[in-house]
Design a protein around this ligand. Structure first.
Ligand code: NI
Ligand code: MN
Length: 232
């Protein structure tokens, strides 16, 4: 049974006995994260949704330390390879079977710029994406990345039996509570996990308000504290 661990903001880890996969590992410098980068013991793959600093985070450090592969868009894969980091290029709509399961790249409507890295270099423009992760044979997790609400989410809900949907609720840069609640309705996920809120003043949101709307639709809402994990 895989478990999902939350690091605050949009950073997660999916893990089972065999595989450890991080999504948008913003750990160092994440004001709400309770873990330290040094405490991470294993990392096989990293799913990166886009190259803004609050998602890119420790991607490079983790990949180098554990010889992990970064799964990202074509544009970013080239960037990582030039920086001696293993990367698997993908594009929106494509899927690929990795050892831990099949990953499908989903749409996300958001900015395309990359934030400068500490060494001053700037990642190339890249399409922001989300990921549908078919973990093992029968668990499906959707991480929306940073995105606006869009109606193809209805199709994702029809085509995939989503167990867990991680949805941004912080507004301003992404969906807010109202649109994320509509996304939850479209996706028909068994469990929704709010993300991308309360990390910074500009994305303040009430996760219990989101939970209220999700539960009204008959789904479960799991409001995770940084450091918390659950089996799905
Ligand atoms: Ni962003
Ligand atoms: Mn963001």
């Amino acid at each position: 049974m895989p478990s999902l661990k939350y690091y605050g903001h949009s950073a997660f880890r999916i893990e089972d006995e065999k595989h450890t996969v991080f999504i948008d590992p913003f750990i160092s410098g994440n004001p709400v994260c309770t873990s330290k980068l040094e405490d991470i013991r294993k990392c096989d793959y990293i799913l990166l949704t886009h190259a803004h600093a609050d998602h890119y985070g420790d991607t490079e450090a983790l990949a180098k330390k554990f010889d992990a592969t970064v799964i990202c868009t074509w544009e970013l894969a080239g960037w990582f390879q030039r920086r001696m980091v293993k990367a698997h290029p993908m594009s929106t709509g494509g899927s690929f079977a990795f050892p831990f399961g099949r990953v499908k790249v989903t749409l996300a409507f958001h900015g395309v710029g990359g934030d400068p890295r500490p060494d001053g270099s700037v990642p190339p423009p890249n399409s922001p994406v989300g990921y549908l992760v078919h973990w093992g044979k029968n668990k499906v997790l959707y991480h929306a990345g940073d995105t606006a609400l869009f109606d193809e989410m209805k199709l994702y809900g029809e085509q995939h039996e989503i167990d867990v949907a991680c949805l941004p609720i912080g507004d301003n840069f992404t969906m807010g509570v109202e649109d994320a609640s509509k996304a939850a309705e479209f996706l028909k996920a068994k469990t929704c996990v709010p993300m991308h809120y309360n990390t910074f003043e500009i994305i303040k949101a009430d996760p219990l308000n989101f939970a209220f709307h999700v539960e009204k639709q008959g789904a479960r809402c799991k409001v995770m504290s940084p450091g918390e994990k659950f089996a799905f």
